[in-house]
Write a new protein. Structure first.
Ligand SMILES: [Zn+2]
Ligand SMILES: [Zn+2]
Length: 99
């Protein structure tokens, strides 16, 4: 496993909530923590995507929903890589006395 070789160029995948078709934001048009509209290449229906970069391991986790109102809030999204909450304001305070 060669994890986190270059987080800056990682490609985020997510699945269409209607048909399950895998989509890739290969041009990185979706901004971190900002819900975006996406159109599925397979069934051509629109849906909403939220991408959040994990503050623990820098992996990017995505959430999809049929509309923006159904998306999980960024603050409650769990990282697929380390399973922590992606956004955690106590991280800085805790890492100070980690050593
Ligand atoms: Zn689809
Ligand atoms: Zn993580």
């Amino acid at each position: 496993m060669d994890a986190l070789l270059d987080p800056g160029s990682s490609v985020v995948e997510f699945a269409c909530p209607r048909c399950g078709h895998q989509a890739v934001d290969e041009w990185e048009t979706i901004a971190d923590r900002h819900p975006a509209s996406w159109r599925c290449n397979a069934c051509l229906s629109g849906f909403s995507v939220l991408i959040v970069e994990c503050q623990h391991c820098a992996a990017e986790t995505s959430d999809v929903a049929l509309c923006e109102a159904e998306l999980e809030p960024a603050s409650r999204l769990r990282c697929r890589s380390c399973s922590h909450l992606c956004l955690h304001d106590e991280v800085q305070a805790k890492s100070a006395d980690a050593a």
